[in-house]
Design a protein around this ligand. Structure first.
Ligand code: NAD
Length: 281
């Protein structure tokens, strides 16, 4: 039996993952802004540092895995844009950076970052916002989306998920991660019926958009369905999965991008990747 840390554990997909892991007999350390073993606000630097330290103390320096599910959806509200950037990006990157040594101790740890299919289905996301988040600068990302009017929350949300997905893919392959036995992957859900989605459906303007969003298989996902994929990615079945993005979205990504992927690596980039892999750049 293993010891797992789950953020966003109080609700939705995170809560469903906690229930499954506990039912299987694992020890789960829950992290959330409410109703958790570790109550912390992941939108603040102090909250993230405190959450990371409390989990490390509780697991005695060894983690078999983690699910980073805490997040805010693209709804409107005071300070919402900043919270989206801080929780969805820094709330993943800061914790995982601090937990990496404990994950390495387990030797075959698995990590699931919850991304989103908004990464590939939201048009015209400003790259400047993505780059700002990857640099850890939420204020600069806010400036990059400021001209998008009522589309600002959707832009900030997609930018936060693109940034965290890119961070995960860049990080997963590094010697300190892949080479330390850690398998870091991204689960990209489509619309899943949780309080986060309900918040959007409760807003007339957003509901129109969500309800019209094309889902080839129809309907919404259920949190437990996604939790099953999280548990799969935490299992030995993921030993050879590294830096992958798994879309569980009823087919929307395939519908929007059927011909975009797979795409061969451009010749001019091969040297860069090989040098990076060999540690010479
Ligand atoms: P949810 O609202 O049910 O759960 C999110 C959890 O994050 C809540 O328990 C909440 O308290 C916690 N949280 C929010 N702000 C926090 C903070 N500052 N500090 C600590 N915890 C905080 O939503 P969900 O749908 O289960 O979302 C889980 C993840 O899935 C999120 O990252 C979300 O972006 C992503 N996602 C959701 C959908 C969807 O349709 N539901 C689609 C794609 C991706």
């Amino acid at each position: 039996m293993g010891t797992y840390a789950i953020t966003g554990s109080a609700s939705g997909m995170g809560a469903a993952a906690v229930a499954r892991l506990r039912a299987d007999g694992h020890t789960v350390l829950t992290v959330d802004i409410k109703d958790a073993d570790v109550v912390a606000d992941l939108s603040t630097a102090d909250g993230r540092a405190d959450a990371a330290a409390q989990v490390l103390a509780a697991c005695a320096g060894r983690l078999d895995g983690a699910v980073l599910a805490a997040g805010l959806g693209p709804s409107e509200g005071a300070d919402r844009l900043r919270l989206i950037g801080a929780v969805n990006y820094l709330g993943v990157v800061d914790l995982l950076t601090r937990w990496r040594p404990a994950l390495a101790v387990a030797q075959n740890a698995k990590v699931v970052v919850v991304g989103s299919n908004s990464t590939t289905t939201t048009p015209a996301v400003p790259n400047r916002a993505v780059r700002a988040l990857l640099a850890g600068d939420v204020d600069r990302a806010l400036r990059a989306v400021r001209l998008y009017g009522p589309g600002k929350p959707a832009m900030m949300y997609a930018a936060s998920k693109i940034a965290v997905t890119r961070w995960a893919r860049r990080t997963a392959v590094l010697p300190e991660w892949a080479g330390a036995g850690i398998r870091l992957n991204v689960l990209a859900p489509g619309a899943v019926m949780t309080p986060l989605l309900q918040e959007q459906l409760d807003n007339k303007r957003q509901a129109r958009f969500v309800e019209k969003f094309p889902v080839p298989v129809g309907g919404y996902g259920e949190p437990d369905l996604l939790a099953r994929w999280m548990c799969f990615l935490l299992s030995d079945a993921a030993d050879f999965v590294c830096g992958s993005v798994i879309f569980v979205d009823g087919g929307t990504d395939a519908l929007f991008r059927g011909d975009d992927w797979p795409r061969p690596v451009p010749v001019r980039r091969i040297g860069r990747y090989v040098r990076r892999f060999l540690g010479r750049s």
